[in-house]
Design a protein around this ligand. Structure first.
Ligand SMILES: [Fe+2]
Ligand SMILES: [Fe+2]
Length: 312
Protein backbone atom coordinates (compact mmCIF):
# COMPACT_ATOMS: atom_id res chain seq x y z
CA UNK A 1 0.00 0.00 0.00
CA UNK A 2 1.54 3.37 -0.99
CA UNK A 3 1.78 5.81 1.94
CA UNK A 4 0.63 8.74 -0.21
CA UNK A 5 -2.72 7.85 -1.73
CA UNK A 6 -4.50 9.96 -4.32
CA UNK A 7 -7.99 11.31 -3.64
CA UNK A 8 -9.41 8.76 -6.05
CA UNK A 9 -7.59 5.87 -4.37
CA UNK A 10 -8.81 7.03 -0.99
CA UNK A 11 -12.41 7.28 -2.16
CA UNK A 12 -12.26 3.75 -3.55
CA UNK A 13 -10.39 2.34 -0.58
CA UNK A 14 -12.77 3.85 1.96
CA UNK A 15 -16.00 3.17 0.08
CA UNK A 16 -16.61 -0.24 1.75
CA UNK A 17 -15.99 1.42 5.11
CA UNK A 18 -18.63 4.05 4.30
CA UNK A 19 -21.06 1.28 3.30
CA UNK A 20 -20.42 -0.53 6.58
CA UNK A 21 -20.81 2.65 8.59
CA UNK A 22 -24.11 3.43 6.84
CA UNK A 23 -25.43 -0.01 7.75
CA UNK A 24 -24.47 0.66 11.35
CA UNK A 25 -25.78 4.24 11.35
CA UNK A 26 -29.27 3.78 9.85
CA UNK A 27 -30.67 1.48 12.57
CA UNK A 28 -28.95 3.59 15.28
CA UNK A 29 -30.44 6.92 14.10
CA UNK A 30 -33.85 6.99 15.74
CA UNK A 31 -36.58 8.77 13.77
CA UNK A 32 -37.81 11.94 15.46
CA UNK A 33 -40.12 14.83 14.62
CA UNK A 34 -39.17 18.48 15.10
CA UNK A 35 -42.79 19.60 15.55
CA UNK A 36 -43.14 17.48 18.68
CA UNK A 37 -40.44 19.50 20.44
CA UNK A 38 -41.97 22.94 19.89
CA UNK A 39 -44.45 24.42 22.43
CA UNK A 40 -46.91 25.68 19.81
CA UNK A 41 -49.60 26.68 22.32
CA UNK A 42 -47.26 29.39 23.65
CA UNK A 43 -47.11 31.13 20.27
CA UNK A 44 -49.16 33.96 18.78
CA UNK A 45 -49.27 36.03 15.60
CA UNK A 46 -46.71 38.67 14.79
CA UNK A 47 -47.21 42.10 13.23
CA UNK A 48 -47.31 42.26 9.43
CA UNK A 49 -49.98 40.63 7.26
CA UNK A 50 -51.62 38.93 10.28
CA UNK A 51 -51.75 42.08 12.41
CA UNK A 52 -50.37 40.51 15.59
CA UNK A 53 -47.88 41.91 18.10
CA UNK A 54 -44.36 42.83 17.07
CA UNK A 55 -41.44 41.26 18.90
CA UNK A 56 -40.02 43.11 21.90
CA UNK A 57 -37.02 42.16 23.97
CA UNK A 58 -38.96 41.76 27.23
CA UNK A 59 -40.93 38.89 25.65
CA UNK A 60 -37.81 36.71 25.68
CA UNK A 61 -37.31 34.53 28.72
CA UNK A 62 -33.74 33.69 27.75
CA UNK A 63 -30.51 35.26 28.97
CA UNK A 64 -28.44 37.25 26.52
CA UNK A 65 -25.80 34.53 26.32
CA UNK A 66 -28.36 31.74 25.74
CA UNK A 67 -29.80 33.83 22.91
CA UNK A 68 -26.35 34.39 21.40
CA UNK A 69 -25.56 30.68 21.56
CA UNK A 70 -28.89 29.70 19.98
CA UNK A 71 -28.45 32.23 17.19
CA UNK A 72 -24.91 31.01 16.42
CA UNK A 73 -26.03 27.38 16.52
CA UNK A 74 -29.03 28.05 14.29
CA UNK A 75 -27.17 30.16 11.72
CA UNK A 76 -24.52 27.44 11.57
CA UNK A 77 -27.22 24.83 10.86
CA UNK A 78 -28.85 27.17 8.34
CA UNK A 79 -25.83 27.12 6.04
CA UNK A 80 -26.53 23.46 5.20
CA UNK A 81 -26.92 23.98 1.41
CA UNK A 82 -23.32 25.21 1.23
CA UNK A 83 -22.04 22.33 3.39
CA UNK A 84 -23.97 19.86 1.25
CA UNK A 85 -22.33 21.30 -1.83
CA UNK A 86 -18.83 21.08 -0.35
CA UNK A 87 -19.32 17.52 0.86
CA UNK A 88 -21.08 16.29 -2.29
CA UNK A 89 -18.32 17.68 -4.54
CA UNK A 90 -15.59 16.07 -2.44
CA UNK A 91 -17.20 12.72 -1.56
CA UNK A 92 -19.07 12.40 -4.85
CA UNK A 93 -22.63 11.22 -5.22
CA UNK A 94 -21.87 7.64 -6.19
CA UNK A 95 -22.36 4.43 -4.23
CA UNK A 96 -22.17 4.55 -0.44
CA UNK A 97 -20.52 7.99 -0.39
CA UNK A 98 -23.55 9.49 -2.15
CA UNK A 99 -26.02 7.65 0.07
CA UNK A 100 -24.28 9.06 3.12
CA UNK A 101 -24.11 12.63 1.79
CA UNK A 102 -27.85 12.66 1.16
CA UNK A 103 -28.78 10.97 4.40
CA UNK A 104 -26.54 13.28 6.45
CA UNK A 105 -28.02 16.35 4.73
CA UNK A 106 -31.57 15.16 5.45
CA UNK A 107 -30.78 14.64 9.13
CA UNK A 108 -29.07 18.02 9.46
CA UNK A 109 -32.08 19.66 7.83
CA UNK A 110 -34.16 18.85 10.89
CA UNK A 111 -31.91 20.80 13.20
CA UNK A 112 -32.40 24.25 11.72
CA UNK A 113 -36.14 23.72 11.34
CA UNK A 114 -36.59 22.65 14.94
CA UNK A 115 -34.47 25.40 16.50
CA UNK A 116 -36.09 28.14 14.40
CA UNK A 117 -39.62 26.98 15.23
CA UNK A 118 -38.76 26.97 18.93
CA UNK A 119 -37.19 30.44 18.87
CA UNK A 120 -40.08 32.01 16.94
CA UNK A 121 -42.91 30.40 18.93
CA UNK A 122 -41.23 31.33 22.21
CA UNK A 123 -40.40 34.85 20.99
CA UNK A 124 -36.94 34.06 22.33
CA UNK A 125 -35.05 36.20 19.78
CA UNK A 126 -35.89 39.05 17.42
CA UNK A 127 -37.31 37.21 14.36
CA UNK A 128 -36.60 40.11 12.00
CA UNK A 129 -32.98 40.33 13.06
CA UNK A 130 -32.72 36.55 12.88
CA UNK A 131 -34.05 36.44 9.32
CA UNK A 132 -31.70 39.22 8.24
CA UNK A 133 -28.76 37.44 9.84
CA UNK A 134 -29.75 34.24 8.03
CA UNK A 135 -29.86 36.07 4.69
CA UNK A 136 -26.45 37.67 5.28
CA UNK A 137 -24.84 34.48 6.50
CA UNK A 138 -26.20 32.22 3.77
CA UNK A 139 -25.48 34.80 1.09
CA UNK A 140 -21.80 34.53 2.00
CA UNK A 141 -21.94 30.78 1.41
CA UNK A 142 -19.41 28.53 3.01
CA UNK A 143 -16.14 27.32 1.66
CA UNK A 144 -14.30 24.62 3.52
CA UNK A 145 -10.60 25.19 4.12
CA UNK A 146 -10.09 21.54 3.11
CA UNK A 147 -12.38 21.16 0.12
CA UNK A 148 -9.69 19.54 -2.04
CA UNK A 149 -8.56 16.97 0.49
CA UNK A 150 -10.56 13.96 1.64
CA UNK A 151 -8.59 13.05 4.77
CA UNK A 152 -8.38 16.64 5.99
CA UNK A 153 -12.13 16.91 5.49
CA UNK A 154 -12.77 13.70 7.43
CA UNK A 155 -10.61 14.99 10.27
CA UNK A 156 -12.36 18.37 10.20
CA UNK A 157 -15.90 16.97 10.30
CA UNK A 158 -15.00 14.53 13.09
CA UNK A 159 -13.99 17.45 15.31
CA UNK A 160 -16.72 19.76 14.05
CA UNK A 161 -19.60 17.31 14.66
CA UNK A 162 -18.37 16.68 18.19
CA UNK A 163 -17.93 20.43 18.78
CA UNK A 164 -21.50 20.97 17.61
CA UNK A 165 -22.72 18.26 19.96
CA UNK A 166 -20.97 19.88 22.95
CA UNK A 167 -22.23 23.31 21.97
CA UNK A 168 -25.89 22.24 21.50
CA UNK A 169 -25.83 20.26 24.74
CA UNK A 170 -24.43 23.13 26.83
CA UNK A 171 -26.64 25.69 25.11
CA UNK A 172 -29.66 23.62 26.15
CA UNK A 173 -28.53 23.76 29.78
CA UNK A 174 -27.80 27.49 29.55
CA UNK A 175 -31.35 28.30 28.43
CA UNK A 176 -32.76 27.20 31.79
CA UNK A 177 -35.81 26.04 29.81
CA UNK A 178 -36.55 22.30 29.99
CA UNK A 179 -38.28 22.46 26.57
CA UNK A 180 -35.21 23.94 24.85
CA UNK A 181 -32.94 21.61 26.77
CA UNK A 182 -34.91 18.59 25.59
CA UNK A 183 -34.80 19.74 21.96
CA UNK A 184 -31.07 20.51 22.02
CA UNK A 185 -30.31 17.20 23.73
CA UNK A 186 -32.17 15.46 20.91
CA UNK A 187 -30.17 17.37 18.28
CA UNK A 188 -26.92 16.70 20.14
CA UNK A 189 -27.66 12.96 19.94
CA UNK A 190 -27.75 13.28 16.11
CA UNK A 191 -24.48 15.20 16.10
CA UNK A 192 -22.92 12.46 18.18
CA UNK A 193 -23.83 9.81 15.62
CA UNK A 194 -22.43 12.02 12.86
CA UNK A 195 -19.19 12.34 14.80
CA UNK A 196 -19.02 8.55 15.27
CA UNK A 197 -19.51 8.04 11.54
CA UNK A 198 -16.69 10.40 10.60
CA UNK A 199 -14.25 9.39 13.32
CA UNK A 200 -14.59 5.73 12.25
CA UNK A 201 -13.74 6.78 8.72
CA UNK A 202 -10.81 8.84 9.97
CA UNK A 203 -9.52 5.82 11.86
CA UNK A 204 -9.84 3.71 8.71
CA UNK A 205 -7.84 6.35 6.80
CA UNK A 206 -5.17 6.33 9.52
CA UNK A 207 -4.88 2.54 9.25
CA UNK A 208 -4.52 2.70 5.48
CA UNK A 209 -2.40 5.80 5.01
CA UNK A 210 -0.86 6.57 8.42
CA UNK A 211 1.66 9.25 7.46
CA UNK A 212 -0.69 11.12 5.18
CA UNK A 213 -3.49 10.99 7.78
CA UNK A 214 -1.18 12.05 10.59
CA UNK A 215 -0.19 15.17 8.65
CA UNK A 216 -3.83 15.90 7.84
CA UNK A 217 -4.93 15.60 11.47
CA UNK A 218 -2.13 17.86 12.68
CA UNK A 219 -2.90 20.55 10.11
CA UNK A 220 -6.63 20.44 10.83
CA UNK A 221 -6.23 20.60 14.62
CA UNK A 222 -3.82 23.53 14.29
CA UNK A 223 -6.14 25.59 12.11
CA UNK A 224 -9.54 24.48 13.41
CA UNK A 225 -12.32 27.04 13.20
CA UNK A 226 -16.07 26.44 13.61
CA UNK A 227 -18.13 26.60 10.40
CA UNK A 228 -20.07 29.57 11.83
CA UNK A 229 -16.95 31.67 12.39
CA UNK A 230 -17.98 34.08 9.62
CA UNK A 231 -21.38 34.88 11.16
CA UNK A 232 -21.68 38.66 11.60
CA UNK A 233 -20.73 39.53 15.19
CA UNK A 234 -19.34 36.03 15.77
CA UNK A 235 -16.31 37.10 17.79
CA UNK A 236 -18.34 38.92 20.44
CA UNK A 237 -20.78 36.01 20.68
CA UNK A 238 -17.95 33.45 20.82
CA UNK A 239 -16.42 35.28 23.80
CA UNK A 240 -19.79 35.35 25.58
CA UNK A 241 -20.24 31.64 24.84
CA UNK A 242 -16.77 30.84 26.17
CA UNK A 243 -17.17 32.95 29.32
CA UNK A 244 -20.42 31.13 30.07
CA UNK A 245 -18.71 27.74 29.60
CA UNK A 246 -20.93 26.71 26.69
CA UNK A 247 -17.93 26.24 24.43
CA UNK A 248 -14.47 27.28 25.48
CA UNK A 249 -10.86 26.28 24.77
CA UNK A 250 -10.77 23.74 27.59
CA UNK A 251 -13.84 21.97 26.22
CA UNK A 252 -12.46 22.23 22.71
CA UNK A 253 -9.20 20.55 23.70
CA UNK A 254 -10.39 18.03 26.30
CA UNK A 255 -13.90 17.14 25.10
CA UNK A 256 -13.54 17.49 21.34
CA UNK A 257 -9.97 17.18 20.05
CA UNK A 258 -8.55 14.66 22.53
CA UNK A 259 -11.38 12.08 22.44
CA UNK A 260 -11.22 11.85 18.63
CA UNK A 261 -7.41 11.51 18.71
CA UNK A 262 -7.65 8.90 21.44
CA UNK A 263 -10.25 6.90 19.53
CA UNK A 264 -8.09 6.93 16.38
CA UNK A 265 -5.09 5.86 18.53
CA UNK A 266 -3.09 8.71 17.06
CA UNK A 267 -0.48 8.57 19.81
CA UNK A 268 -0.22 4.77 19.82
CA UNK A 269 0.24 3.85 16.18
CA UNK A 270 3.65 2.53 15.32
CA UNK A 271 5.68 2.47 12.15
CA UNK A 272 5.25 6.11 11.13
CA UNK A 273 7.81 7.45 8.69
CA UNK A 274 10.00 10.38 9.67
CA UNK A 275 7.42 12.67 8.05
CA UNK A 276 4.56 11.13 10.02
CA UNK A 277 6.54 11.26 13.25
CA UNK A 278 7.28 14.93 12.66
CA UNK A 279 3.57 15.64 12.17
CA UNK A 280 2.70 13.82 15.39
CA UNK A 281 5.38 15.73 17.36
CA UNK A 282 3.98 18.96 15.99
CA UNK A 283 0.52 17.90 17.17
CA UNK A 284 1.81 17.13 20.69
CA UNK A 285 3.48 20.52 20.93
CA UNK A 286 0.33 22.24 19.75
CA UNK A 287 -1.85 20.38 22.26
CA UNK A 288 0.50 21.27 25.11
CA UNK A 289 0.30 24.90 24.12
CA UNK A 290 -3.49 24.70 23.83
CA UNK A 291 -3.57 23.33 27.37
CA UNK A 292 -1.69 26.39 28.62
CA UNK A 293 -3.95 28.76 26.70
CA UNK A 294 -7.04 27.03 28.08
CA UNK A 295 -5.73 27.31 31.65
CA UNK A 296 -4.93 30.99 31.16
CA UNK A 297 -8.47 31.59 29.91
CA UNK A 298 -9.96 29.70 32.87
CA UNK A 299 -7.92 31.78 35.32
CA UNK A 300 -9.01 35.03 33.68
CA UNK A 301 -12.63 33.89 33.70
CA UNK A 302 -12.45 32.93 37.39
CA UNK A 303 -11.02 36.34 38.26
CA UNK A 304 -13.71 38.08 36.23
CA UNK A 305 -16.50 36.05 37.86
CA UNK A 306 -15.10 36.64 41.36
CA UNK A 307 -14.96 40.36 40.67
CA UNK A 308 -18.52 40.37 39.37
CA UNK A 309 -19.73 38.33 42.37
CA UNK A 310 -18.08 40.73 44.84
CA UNK A 311 -19.87 43.62 43.17
CA UNK A 312 -23.11 41.72 43.73
FE1 LIG B 1 -26.74 19.77 13.00
FE1 LIG C 1 -24.19 16.94 12.40
Amino acid sequence: MPTQMTQQQLLLELEPVVAGELNRHIPMAKEWFPHQYVPWSEGRNFDGPLGGDPWAEDQSELSDVARSALIVNLLTEDNLPSYHHEVAVLFGRDAAWGDWVHRWTAEEGRHGTAIRDYLVVKRAVDPVELERARMTHMSQGYESAHSEDLIRSLAYVSFQELATRVSHRNTGKATGDPVADQLLTRIAADENLHMVFYRNLLKAALDRAPDQTMRAITDVVKTFEMPGADIPGFQRKAVQIAVEGIYDLRQHRDEVVLPVLKFAKVFDIEGLSEEGQRARDELSTFLADLDKQASRFEEKRDTLKARMASRG
